[in-house]
Design a protein. Sequence first.
Length: 97
Amino acid sequence: MTEPEFTATGVRIDRWPRSLTRAGEVRVEDGRLSLLTSYGSEIDSAPLDEVRAGRPWFAKPDEAVATVNGTRYRISGMSDAGSGRLLEVLRKSGPHS
């Protein structure tokens, strides 16, 4: 089993307008982005080349927005460096907006 390229735990994952988990996990591993609940159940996942991610101008520094399988998720509660690192990993994998 390989080490994840990126992992952040204890993050809030929202699908507007509703919160899905307040202590979830974001993981980039084996070419996939996975959004998990605090219990480890999968909320959504997709190959990295199918994920769009960014930080809107109005977002806080600890937030990122990811579109996975056509669904927009707001990921918050990461450190500023954590959200930047997530976006960096996703950008390296291919074209994103």
